[in-house]
Design a protein around this ligand. Structure first.
Ligand SMILES: C[S@@+](CC[C@H](N)C(=O)[O-])C[C@H]1O[C@@H](n2cnc3c(N)ncnc32)[C@H](O)[C@@H]1O
Length: 228
Protein backbone atom coordinates (compact mmCIF):
# COMPACT_ATOMS: atom_id res chain seq x y z
CA UNK A 1 0.00 0.00 0.00
CA UNK A 2 1.42 3.39 -0.99
CA UNK A 3 0.27 6.89 -0.06
CA UNK A 4 1.20 9.54 -2.61
CA UNK A 5 1.29 13.28 -1.92
CA UNK A 6 2.38 16.15 -4.16
CA UNK A 7 5.42 18.03 -2.93
CA UNK A 8 3.92 21.17 -1.38
CA UNK A 9 6.26 23.58 -3.20
CA UNK A 10 7.76 21.76 -6.19
CA UNK A 11 5.92 21.24 -9.48
CA UNK A 12 5.44 17.60 -10.53
CA UNK A 13 7.45 16.12 -7.62
CA UNK A 14 5.80 13.71 -5.16
CA UNK A 15 6.46 11.97 -1.88
CA UNK A 16 5.48 8.30 -1.76
CA UNK A 17 5.03 6.81 1.70
CA UNK A 18 5.39 3.04 1.96
CA UNK A 19 4.35 1.05 5.00
CA UNK A 20 7.46 0.41 7.08
CA UNK A 21 9.83 1.92 4.49
CA UNK A 22 9.49 5.66 5.11
CA UNK A 23 8.88 8.19 2.34
CA UNK A 24 10.65 8.38 -1.01
CA UNK A 25 10.91 11.10 -3.61
CA UNK A 26 9.17 10.12 -6.88
CA UNK A 27 8.11 11.57 -10.23
CA UNK A 28 5.33 10.54 -12.60
CA UNK A 29 6.92 8.84 -15.62
CA UNK A 30 6.56 10.46 -18.99
CA UNK A 31 7.60 7.13 -20.57
CA UNK A 32 5.77 4.36 -18.67
CA UNK A 33 7.19 0.87 -19.16
CA UNK A 34 10.67 2.11 -20.06
CA UNK A 35 13.43 1.92 -17.44
CA UNK A 36 16.23 4.48 -17.75
CA UNK A 37 18.61 2.24 -15.76
CA UNK A 38 18.41 -1.50 -15.18
CA UNK A 39 17.47 -1.58 -11.48
CA UNK A 40 15.14 1.43 -11.66
CA UNK A 41 12.29 1.07 -9.21
CA UNK A 42 8.80 1.96 -10.44
CA UNK A 43 5.23 1.40 -9.23
CA UNK A 44 1.66 1.92 -10.48
CA UNK A 45 -0.72 4.27 -8.73
CA UNK A 46 -4.22 5.10 -9.98
CA UNK A 47 -3.34 4.21 -13.58
CA UNK A 48 -0.01 6.11 -13.74
CA UNK A 49 3.56 4.91 -13.37
CA UNK A 50 5.81 6.58 -10.80
CA UNK A 51 9.63 6.38 -10.59
CA UNK A 52 11.72 6.53 -7.45
CA UNK A 53 14.17 9.43 -7.58
CA UNK A 54 17.24 8.18 -5.71
CA UNK A 55 19.36 10.92 -4.07
CA UNK A 56 22.41 8.63 -4.31
CA UNK A 57 22.07 8.62 -8.11
CA UNK A 58 20.94 12.18 -8.76
CA UNK A 59 22.43 15.36 -7.29
CA UNK A 60 19.17 17.26 -7.80
CA UNK A 61 17.30 14.68 -5.72
CA UNK A 62 20.12 14.89 -3.15
CA UNK A 63 19.68 18.68 -2.95
CA UNK A 64 15.93 18.22 -2.34
CA UNK A 65 16.64 15.69 0.42
CA UNK A 66 19.06 18.22 1.93
CA UNK A 67 16.20 20.73 2.21
CA UNK A 68 16.38 22.78 -1.00
CA UNK A 69 14.17 25.85 -0.55
CA UNK A 70 13.86 27.13 -4.12
CA UNK A 71 13.15 24.58 -6.83
CA UNK A 72 13.75 26.09 -10.24
CA UNK A 73 11.89 23.63 -12.50
CA UNK A 74 8.28 23.96 -13.64
CA UNK A 75 6.00 22.21 -16.07
CA UNK A 76 6.59 23.63 -19.58
CA UNK A 77 10.15 24.90 -18.93
CA UNK A 78 12.88 24.83 -21.57
CA UNK A 79 15.95 23.39 -19.83
CA UNK A 80 19.52 23.44 -21.10
CA UNK A 81 21.12 20.44 -19.37
CA UNK A 82 24.95 20.41 -19.54
CA UNK A 83 26.63 17.09 -18.76
CA UNK A 84 23.65 14.81 -19.36
CA UNK A 85 25.72 11.57 -19.29
CA UNK A 86 23.38 8.63 -19.93
CA UNK A 87 20.31 10.68 -19.00
CA UNK A 88 19.51 9.61 -15.44
CA UNK A 89 18.81 13.00 -13.85
CA UNK A 90 17.82 14.47 -17.22
CA UNK A 91 15.00 11.89 -17.39
CA UNK A 92 13.60 13.13 -14.04
CA UNK A 93 13.88 16.71 -15.32
CA UNK A 94 11.96 15.49 -18.39
CA UNK A 95 9.20 14.08 -16.10
CA UNK A 96 8.98 17.40 -14.24
CA UNK A 97 8.83 19.77 -17.22
CA UNK A 98 6.38 17.31 -18.79
CA UNK A 99 5.34 17.02 -22.43
CA UNK A 100 5.00 20.82 -22.84
CA UNK A 101 8.62 21.37 -21.78
CA UNK A 102 11.94 20.64 -23.48
CA UNK A 103 15.28 19.31 -22.18
CA UNK A 104 18.31 20.02 -24.37
CA UNK A 105 20.85 17.38 -23.24
CA UNK A 106 24.45 18.33 -23.98
CA UNK A 107 27.05 15.58 -23.51
CA UNK A 108 30.68 15.59 -24.68
CA UNK A 109 31.40 11.86 -24.52
CA UNK A 110 30.09 9.44 -27.12
CA UNK A 111 30.02 6.49 -24.68
CA UNK A 112 27.20 7.71 -22.37
CA UNK A 113 25.57 9.33 -25.39
CA UNK A 114 24.64 5.89 -26.72
CA UNK A 115 22.44 5.28 -23.64
CA UNK A 116 21.22 8.87 -23.73
CA UNK A 117 19.98 8.36 -27.30
CA UNK A 118 17.86 5.41 -26.08
CA UNK A 119 16.36 7.51 -23.28
CA UNK A 120 15.63 10.42 -25.63
CA UNK A 121 13.99 8.11 -28.17
CA UNK A 122 11.31 7.29 -25.55
CA UNK A 123 10.77 10.88 -24.44
CA UNK A 124 9.59 13.43 -26.97
CA UNK A 125 10.70 16.36 -24.77
CA UNK A 126 14.41 15.35 -24.62
CA UNK A 127 16.89 16.29 -27.34
CA UNK A 128 20.41 14.74 -27.27
CA UNK A 129 23.31 16.97 -28.36
CA UNK A 130 26.87 15.67 -28.73
CA UNK A 131 28.92 18.79 -27.95
CA UNK A 132 31.34 20.49 -25.60
CA UNK A 133 29.50 22.74 -23.14
CA UNK A 134 32.56 25.00 -23.25
CA UNK A 135 31.71 25.78 -26.88
CA UNK A 136 28.09 26.98 -26.73
CA UNK A 137 28.16 28.35 -30.28
CA UNK A 138 28.10 24.71 -31.47
CA UNK A 139 24.54 24.21 -30.18
CA UNK A 140 23.22 27.80 -30.12
CA UNK A 141 21.09 27.31 -33.27
CA UNK A 142 19.30 24.37 -31.56
CA UNK A 143 18.75 25.90 -28.14
CA UNK A 144 18.23 29.68 -28.65
CA UNK A 145 17.00 30.40 -25.07
CA UNK A 146 16.32 28.58 -21.79
CA UNK A 147 14.20 29.07 -18.66
CA UNK A 148 16.70 26.95 -16.70
CA UNK A 149 20.38 26.12 -17.21
CA UNK A 150 21.36 22.95 -15.29
CA UNK A 151 25.01 21.90 -15.16
CA UNK A 152 26.75 18.84 -13.75
CA UNK A 153 30.19 18.47 -15.30
CA UNK A 154 33.31 17.70 -13.30
CA UNK A 155 35.83 19.98 -15.03
CA UNK A 156 38.38 22.42 -13.52
CA UNK A 157 36.69 25.30 -15.41
CA UNK A 158 33.13 24.19 -14.59
CA UNK A 159 32.06 27.60 -13.24
CA UNK A 160 33.43 29.42 -16.31
CA UNK A 161 31.51 27.02 -18.56
CA UNK A 162 28.32 27.56 -16.54
CA UNK A 163 28.60 31.37 -16.64
CA UNK A 164 29.31 31.33 -20.37
CA UNK A 165 26.10 29.35 -21.02
CA UNK A 166 24.05 31.42 -18.59
CA UNK A 167 25.10 34.64 -20.34
CA UNK A 168 24.15 33.30 -23.76
CA UNK A 169 21.04 31.20 -23.16
CA UNK A 170 19.37 31.95 -19.83
CA UNK A 171 16.48 34.41 -20.07
CA UNK A 172 16.34 37.33 -17.63
CA UNK A 173 14.64 36.05 -14.45
CA UNK A 174 15.52 32.45 -15.38
CA UNK A 175 17.16 30.00 -12.97
CA UNK A 176 20.51 28.24 -12.99
CA UNK A 177 21.36 25.03 -11.15
CA UNK A 178 25.06 24.29 -10.77
CA UNK A 179 26.53 21.14 -9.23
CA UNK A 180 30.14 21.86 -8.21
CA UNK A 181 32.62 19.04 -7.64
CA UNK A 182 35.32 20.55 -5.45
CA UNK A 183 37.98 17.95 -6.23
CA UNK A 184 37.71 18.60 -9.97
CA UNK A 185 38.68 22.23 -9.35
CA UNK A 186 41.60 21.83 -6.90
CA UNK A 187 42.51 18.71 -4.91
CA UNK A 188 44.88 20.65 -2.67
CA UNK A 189 42.15 22.86 -1.16
CA UNK A 190 39.40 21.97 1.28
CA UNK A 191 35.99 21.63 -0.48
CA UNK A 192 34.42 24.36 1.71
CA UNK A 193 37.16 26.79 0.61
CA UNK A 194 36.41 26.07 -3.04
CA UNK A 195 32.64 26.37 -2.53
CA UNK A 196 33.00 29.84 -0.97
CA UNK A 197 35.35 31.02 -3.76
CA UNK A 198 32.95 29.80 -6.46
CA UNK A 199 29.99 31.29 -4.59
CA UNK A 200 31.71 34.68 -4.67
CA UNK A 201 32.24 34.37 -8.44
CA UNK A 202 28.58 33.49 -9.02
CA UNK A 203 27.42 36.39 -6.83
CA UNK A 204 29.29 38.88 -9.03
CA UNK A 205 26.73 38.45 -11.78
CA UNK A 206 23.78 36.41 -10.43
CA UNK A 207 21.49 36.22 -7.40
CA UNK A 208 22.41 33.11 -5.44
CA UNK A 209 19.14 31.84 -3.92
CA UNK A 210 20.29 28.67 -2.22
CA UNK A 211 23.38 26.52 -1.65
CA UNK A 212 23.32 22.91 -0.52
CA UNK A 213 26.28 20.71 0.42
CA UNK A 214 25.36 17.26 -0.95
CA UNK A 215 27.08 15.03 1.63
CA UNK A 216 26.34 12.22 2.45
CA UNK A 217 24.69 11.55 -0.94
CA UNK A 218 27.62 12.95 -3.00
CA UNK A 219 30.90 13.64 -1.25
CA UNK A 220 32.64 16.99 -1.85
CA UNK A 221 29.82 18.35 -3.99
CA UNK A 222 27.68 21.46 -3.58
CA UNK A 223 24.65 22.63 -5.52
CA UNK A 224 23.97 26.30 -6.17
CA UNK A 225 20.60 27.70 -7.27
CA UNK A 226 20.94 31.08 -8.96
CA UNK A 227 18.69 33.59 -10.70
CA UNK A 228 19.65 35.90 -13.57
C1 LIG B 1 28.76 13.53 -13.27
S1 LIG B 1 28.39 13.12 -14.91
C2 LIG B 1 26.75 13.74 -15.11
C3 LIG B 1 25.68 12.91 -14.45
C4 LIG B 1 24.30 13.37 -14.84
N1 LIG B 1 24.16 14.80 -14.69
C5 LIG B 1 23.21 12.69 -14.03
O1 LIG B 1 22.99 13.11 -12.87
O2 LIG B 1 22.57 11.77 -14.54
C6 LIG B 1 29.27 14.36 -15.79
C7 LIG B 1 29.11 14.28 -17.31
O3 LIG B 1 29.60 15.49 -17.88
C8 LIG B 1 30.19 15.20 -19.12
N2 LIG B 1 31.08 16.32 -19.48
C9 LIG B 1 32.31 16.63 -18.97
N3 LIG B 1 32.79 17.73 -19.55
C10 LIG B 1 31.86 18.15 -20.44
C11 LIG B 1 31.79 19.22 -21.35
N4 LIG B 1 32.77 20.12 -21.46
N5 LIG B 1 30.68 19.36 -22.12
C12 LIG B 1 29.65 18.45 -22.01
N6 LIG B 1 29.67 17.41 -21.18
C13 LIG B 1 30.75 17.25 -20.40
C14 LIG B 1 30.93 13.88 -18.84
O4 LIG B 1 31.23 13.20 -20.04
C15 LIG B 1 29.93 13.15 -17.95
O5 LIG B 1 29.09 12.32 -18.71
Amino acid sequence: MVELVRHPDFDNVYWAAFEGKGRKLVTKSLAPGFKVFVDEWTFEHKGSEFRMWDPYRSKLAAAIMKGLKRFPLRRGDRVLYLGAASGTTASFVSDIVDAEGKVFCVEISSRPLRDLLQVCSKRSNMLPILADAGDPCAYAPLVSSADVVYQDIAQPDQVDIFLKNVRIFLREGGYGVLAVKARAIDVSKRPCEIFSEELERLQRELDVLDTKILDPYERDHAMFIVRK
